[in-house]
Design a protein around this ligand. Sequence first.
Ligand code: 3PG
Length: 408
Amino acid sequence: EFNTLDDLEPGQRVLVRIDLNSPVEDGEVQDNHRFDRYAETVRELADSEHRVVLMAHQGRPGRDTFVSLDQHADILSEYVGKPIQFVADTYGDDAIEAIEGLSAGEILLLENTRMNDDELPEKPPEEHADSEFVETLAPYFDAYVNDAYSAAHRAHASTVGFPLVLPAYAGRVMESEYEYNTGVAERARETDGQVTMVLGGNKSEDVISVINNLGDAIDTFLVGGLPGELFHRADGKPVGMDVGDMDLLDDQYAETEDTLANILETSRDQLELPTDFAFEDDSGERAEIALDDITEKTDPYLDIGHDTIDSYVPIIEDSDAVFVKGAVGVFEDERFADGTVELIEAIGRTDCFSVIGGGDTARTLKMYGLSEDDYDHISIAGGAYLNALTGQELEAAEVLIEQATQTA
Ligand code: 3PG
């Protein structure tokens, strides 16, 4: 469906959209799976003697995570094993000079593409193709490669504008993410035997859309994270606190309470809910409490407890396919990683088809030394993964497919 890197003649001037959007702590960009995944695409392009110019974004204007890509260039360069030049400009004179100065096999990363005003408005591809940004850069290239699957749900200039004015190709990440993530529903429906989904994360709306879209295809949802608490709360239990901004969670709950209660009524048989939770005790240690012992909303719960883990693991072990959407606890904190790590480990040792994704879930593997080889696919996408699971269009991927069809 896509034109891919296999269709690209070597030795060209190639403009490549990748997605290096990363967690940033105290101004420091945190290493994560996106770097090693994109390193493969970038190395392949450089080895084919292309002049490789990379575009990527980081954060959104106004947020602490909205920083320059200079650190990204260094981290990516380590993974690629080749120098990566960086220019603090998106499409002005400095950027053009750096682009023109590249030799075959060299790599250049342009500045955070969201620092350019043409990038962010959500607009149709035709309008983005007419922007100053796209019109200025395009003439310096022979081809455009979009590998940013995780930003493919955004109709931004760098994701949808260029395919209309340059021959457009899907990169390796785009290809595999599209195949596996967009294929989850079909795969789940086609699988004989037990199909399970681990459903965590921290947005109740997401959980509702996943259950609505995949409810007919998934036999059992193993619920954790915030949704685990909210379902109990919708069932009248005094649970419902988690890490984060309490007002926000209360608002989320108020908006979705009726829908959650409705799902409980219609789909209770498909839902496994936590029977215990972990929280931080007064001495800062992990402690656990059984659902039946919770009498009021006091503690923020940060993970599912071990009774819950012990009841979820055998279900995974009996499954023919397991999909993960989101972490069941705050795995970034070692004390509260047990739920997420033990479930993902169980999937890894079970001979089932598996896709792991949602938020930063892929980071778990890196942080806790789990082998990627034990899973069929590990998604590095957040919102785009959710879009795929809920059957929504990924506009930037669709543009690539349309262009490929037109030029076929
Ligand atoms: C992501 O990290 O999920 C993507 O890069 C999209 O980022 P955005 O939600 O800021 O558009």
